[in-house]
Design a protein around this ligand. Structure first.
Ligand code: TYD
Ligand code: MG
Length: 455
């Protein structure tokens, strides 16, 4: 390959160009292009092997050392998402929309960790100490031995951490931090990247755990470069609908535990409270069986969670009928509509489709396909699905139903919550469940014919 003359690199996506521009052509981010000078001015052809480096000390993969003990906060939902507690010297990034409750969650976590004897420092770059103290009072945490600082200067924060040597530092938020050796405004990509890098390397070197709060952009990504996600060990997203009281903390990356694990919280006047049994909560305010409502037996991380899909189908005045989805993937909905039309002869042309997951939950499992199809048909045919039925299964493009993982756990949860019928793909591996009848179908057409007398 010819030697590249490019020396301008996008700090967001890593694309390199030969000239500066205000906007990166490859990822569309603004003001992310920075000139990167080569490390040495020497001839580029000189290979690294030419001059000897220092031999690195090697260790064995097999070791008798026991892993360092995790610190458990006592907030079970939070600890589970971390993979069973906070790992010393780990870096955690918590992302979420503004106002979703990140500061509340972390102040509560800080108080719990501090009460467990972990020296905890909470640095707020957004609120004054008095504000944080007032919130703590409202949450009933005023007596927790948490050290507070309201500061944005990274150099001062690092010096403080050096002197205080806490076991855990919480930085709220990484976008407000300002490194004086970087020549751009706080919140800019280079600042965020530099601040995250400094804090994470400090944490690793000093054996301190660090939790960074990150704001999320309109596109739902943590503002600033993706590289921040690579720098940390664990990435958690705090999500939920502002109008709903439920909040879900989801691990999207975890070097110390399973990803996709969730913790469920409820936002109350006294802060976030844990929800130990999310299924019961998500289904608690169900009305009488209405057309378009279907209960899906889902799995989130290691836990079964039952949620309700709600669907409304109405004649559309538009030439392009509306497809409105909340809590589920729009592309996946289009696929299911296409399969229903092509394989079962049920068209949705000329009909508006609204699909919701109740309670502000977000479902991403393909296992929900059959529940979505069931909700769609139930709404379209105006036939209510019996109240005591759960549905799960993946739909393939051919219209076949594919068995999904963890069938046993899904059925157990349904049985526990008093459901009497489960609709699942044929060949699903499951043992007998007293009181729960399993209806299985090999194809979507068979299911449609049986349930709705069409197809
Ligand atoms: P906050 O933690 O400040 O959100 P973030 O840090 O993610 O921006 O939470 C703000 C919202 O939470 C605010 O709209 C009020 C609500 N809230 C409660 O409902 N109860 C409470 O006890 C607290 C502290 C906040
Ligand atoms: Mg906040």
């Amino acid at each position: 390959m010819a030697k590249s003359s490019a020396s301008f690199v996008c700090q967001s996506c890593g694309a390199s160009t030969s000239k500066w521009s205000g906007r990166c052509e490859s990822c569309g981010e603004w003001n992310t292009i920075v000139e990167e000078k080569p490390l040495s001015a020497g001839p580029a052809s000189k290979s690294l092997g030419a001059a000897r480096g220092r031999a690195v000390a090697l260790t064995d993969l097999a070791s008798t050392e026991s892993p360092p003990p995790r610190t458990v906060s006592g907030v079970a939902e939070f600890d589970r998402v971390l993979g069973g507690g906070l790992v010393p010297a780990s870096a955690v990034l918590v992302g979420g929309d503004p106002g979703i409750g990140k500061s509340t969650l972390l102040l509560q976590a800080a108080a719990h960790f501090a009460r467990q004897g972990l020296k905890t420092l909470y640095v707020s770059g957004e609120e004054a100490s008095a504000q944080v103290r007032m919130r703590a009072q409202r949450l009933g945490l005023a007596d927790a031995p948490v050290k507070l600082a309201a500061e944005t200067n990274l150099r001062d924060i690092l010096t403080t951490l050096e002197e205080e040597r806490p076991g855990l530092a919480i930085i709220d938020s990484i976008q407000t931090m300002w490194a004086d050796n970087v020549d751009s405004a706080p919140g800019s990509v280079s600042q965020v990247r530099a601040a995250a890098h400094e804090l994470v390397t400090f944490a690793k070197r000093r054996g301190m755990a660090v939790i960074l709060v990150g704001h999320v952009t309109k596109e739902g990504q943590i503002a600033g470069p993706r590289v921040v996600e690579h720098m940390v060990d664990t990435v958690l997203y705090f999500e939920g609908e502002r109008g709903h009281q439920f909040r879900i903390l989801r691990a999207v990356k975890n070097r110390f535990g399973p990803a996709d694990e969730i913790g469920v919280f409820e936002m109350t006047g006294g802060g976030l409270s844990e929800v130990a049994n999310p299924s019961a909560l998500f289904l608690s305010d169900r009305e009488d069986p209405a057309p378009g409502a279907t209960v899906f037996a889902g799995i989130e991380g290691t836990r079964p969670v039952l949620v309700e899909f709600q669907c409304l189908v109405a004649p559309s005045p538009l030439s392009q009928p509306r497809r409105s989805v909340l809590g589920w993937d729009g592309g996946r909905l289009a696929m299911i509509l296409a399969v229903l039309e092509a394989r079962c002869g049920i068209p949705f042309a000329g009909l508006d489709v609204y699909l919701n997951v109740a309670g502000g939950m977000r479902v991403s499992e393909p296992a929900a396909d059959l529940a979505v199809a069931c909700a769609l048909l139930s709404a379209r045919e105006d036939v209510a699905i019996p109240r005591d039925t759960v549905v799960f299964g993946e739909i393939s493009l051919s219209g076949a139903l594919r068995p999904v993982g963890q069938t046993e756990n899904r059925l157990k949860e349904a049985q526990k919550l008093g459901f009497t019928t489960a609709i699942a793909p044929a060949r699903s591996k499951a043992g007998e469940k007293p009181g729960l009848a399993l209806k299985s179908y090999a194809g979507l057409a068979g299911f449609v014919g049986d349930m709705f007398g069409a197809g």
